[in-house]
Design a protein around this ligand. Sequence first.
Ligand code: ADP
Ligand code: ZN
Length: 278
Amino acid sequence: MIGGIEAGGTKFICGVGTGPDDLETFEFPTTSPEETIERTLDFFRPHSVNRIGIGSFGPVDLNPASATHGFITMTPKLAWRNFDLAGALRRGTGAEVVIDTDVNAAAEGEFRWGAAQGLNTFIYLTIGTGIGGGGMVNGGLMHGLLHPEMGHIRIPHDWGVDPYKGGCPSHGDCLEGLASGPAMEARWGMKAQELPPDHPAWALQANYLALGLANWIFTLSPQKIILGGGVMKQERLFSEIRKRVDELINGYLQAPEIVPPGLGARAGILGSLALAIP
Ligand code: ADP
Ligand code: ZN
């Protein structure tokens, strides 16, 4: 049995199993690091797992040569800043711990069991409380100096069409600042799930996401783009995004398929588990 932890800023999902057919999960809200780790260890205690994969919120230090590898770094959640997440779980369970970003974990899950099987270059994005992106290039999960923070790219913002100034505490109107779930709520005064289907919010949202996608299509040439997260539960966004991406590319090349996660809402936890499969 292998362990997985989808370590989110609002909730933790812990799982044990070997894959989609036997995964058992338990979830609880993210509170203080001490309490959250204690509940995580309580879950794993009766299971004997010797490897645990973590798909973590971040930014997180993923440099294997760093003294703070596996630490959460710059989060606005102050109690978690500089917290040694991987170390706390390694010490608490005795297991070998593999850590990556939440979106790279989901990408790994999609690669192993979902919509990215057989591919070597693809993107996984979540459009939820924030916007995050990861994936694989030439068969390896994307890392770099730190790791991609794809939600924070700059896209054109037509202030005449959209006077909302953007909600990112660091950048204002970056993509996440304009198109996360909370940005939609702040702009329209209503939660995204309450906006009616014919509301102009959706065309604006599709346009912002398509602008981001076009940039990644031109820079990375992904074979597929997988879009998950709460906001993408609005299924008709997919067709609006595909149409807008085609318009932006304007025949210059063929757009990749843009699809929901093959593993649905379990992409994150299954991917965390997949990280730890040797
Ligand atoms: P997180 O990003 O914290 O892991 P989610 O992916 O569920 O969580 O994203 C939460 C965001 O998604 C919220 O801003 C919420 O308004 C939005 N959301 C949740 N369900 C829907 C829905 N059915 N339609 C549109 N937006 C939704
Ligand atoms: Zn930003």
